[in-house]
Design a protein around this ligand. Structure first.
Ligand SMILES: NC(=O)c1ccc[n+]([C@@H]2O[C@H](COP(=O)([O-])OP(=O)(O)OC[C@H]3O[C@@H](n4cnc5c(N)ncnc54)[C@H](O)[C@@H]3O)[C@@H](O)[C@H]2O)c1
Length: 358
């Protein structure tokens, strides 16, 4: 069993080779950069050579606390003066397209935040800019690098659960939306900024579905105007199914975040510890029950890192590996267009109360 787990942990491990490292500059000094990008990059030993934000006080505060020596007054100055080879963008979704295009024109490689864009058309403009400038660009859908999810992916790849027949992801949370002021007036909210991670991961495991159906709701006195609970179902060939159920206004005080992958030769189940107490979190869990391996019932896999901040090493590491010509980018902007199309289909289903074919 330990030998089998070694192969899985080799795939799921988060480290960046010295020979892949390049100087990085950051656009946007908000909560996610402060709380996840920079702690992850410190852990991985990456060099952050500069930062900018339209809120200069915020940029200076983050730079001081994380030891970044240069705060640029604006993006144009950063692009003109910085020695950065990679630009890490973490600005609100509504402004990311224009920032991305400006950075791409400078020839720097890019790690963009999710959602890459709020419309498929904007996503296509971003991909056009990527191609025209010849850069490599990834998207921070870092749930693909969360150790438990990545380990589950490798277990499936190794055939431990046979053919996958269904995937379910269920989260019931009291999300502190007040932490994201830019999200308050987003009419498309829950799928666009949160469940997009789950939908992206289901695509990673199963590819694009034949069709989807989704419903959404709000609850009394919630902070944001957009939907805060969604239930989305997927249909695949051969009666394979998937479901994402996300509720962000849990007034029961019993937060949980569970995923499960069923196959015809076993099953995998796990939890995303981060969401039990966001953003502090707790340890993740992962278990496998395999007739193929075999296991004696549910066998725990030792997850040693967390979604936040550790998985952020994965998205940046994958980009750096791709720039070095060594790795395939796990979450490229081109691949992410499929996730944007899926998100658009889910919102179309919510708006029309219809099954949407992809
Ligand atoms: N990958 C993840 O798991 C994850 C988690 C949280 C947030 N995010 C994404 O990260 C992005 C930022 O989220 P946040 O929580 O840090 O938000 P935030 O509001 O805390 O920070 C955003 C920052 O961007 C700055 N900004 C706005 N426009 C700018 C521009 N044109 N140029 C430079 N700076 C600009 C703002 O002044 C602010 O400091 C969002 O797109 C969000 O969806 C991703």
């Amino acid at each position: 069993m330990i030998a089998h787990f070694k192969e899985v942990s080799e795939f799921a491990k988060l480290e960046i080779l010295e020979s892949h490292k390049l100087p990085i500059a950051i656009v946007g000094a908000g909560g996610i950069v402060d709380g996840a990008h920079l702690p992850a990059y410190k852990k991985a030993g990456l060099e952050i050579v500069g930062i900018t934000d339209v809120d200069q006080d915020r940029a200076k505060d983050v730079a001081n606390r994380h030891g970044i020596s240069i705060v640029y007054p604006d993006l144009a100055t950063l692009l003109r003066d910085s020695k950065a080879k990679v630009i890490d963008i973490a600005v609100p979704p509504a402004v990311q397209r224009d920032v991305f295009i400006e950075v791409a024109k400078s020839g720097r490689h890019i790690l963009a935040q999710k959602p890459l864009a709020t419309t498929v058309a904007d996503g296509e403009m971003i991909i056009k800019a990527t191609k025209e400038s010849g850069i490599i660009a990834g998207v921070n859908q870092q749930l693909r690098f969360e150790e438990g999810i990545a380990a589950a992916y490798k277990m499936v790849d190794l055939g431990w659960v046979g053919k996958v027949t269904s995937i379910s992801i269920t989260v019931n949370l009291a999300t502190p939306w007040e932490m994201f002021p830019w999200a308050k007036n987003m009419e498309k909210l829950e799928i666009m900024v949160h469940s997009i991670h789950y939908h992206d991961v289901i695509r990673w495991f199963l590819g694009d579905p034949i069709s989807v159906y989704s419903v959404a709701g709000r609850t009394k006195d919630q902070f944001p105007i957009g939907e805060t609970r969604t239930v989305s179902t997927y249909k695949y060939p051969d009666e394979v199914t998937a479901i994402v159920h996300a509720n962000h206004v849990n007034r029961g005080g019993d937060n949980y975040a569970e995923f499960r992958i069923d196959g015809d030769g076993g099953a995998i189940r796990g939890t995303l510890g981060l969401l039990y107490d966001y953003p502090t979190g707790r340890v993740d869990t992962l278990e496998v029950n395999s007739a193929k391996l075999p296991t004696d019932g549910w066998t725990p896999y030792p997850v040693t890192t967390r979604w936040f901040p550790d998985a952020f090493i994965g998205t940046m590491g994958s980009l750096l590996g791709a720039i070095a010509g060594k790795d395939k980018l796990r979450s490229s902007v081109e691949e992410n267009l499929g996730t944007l199309k899926l998100v658009a289909a889910l919102y179309e289903s919510i708006a029309t109360n219809r099954v949407i074919e992809l």
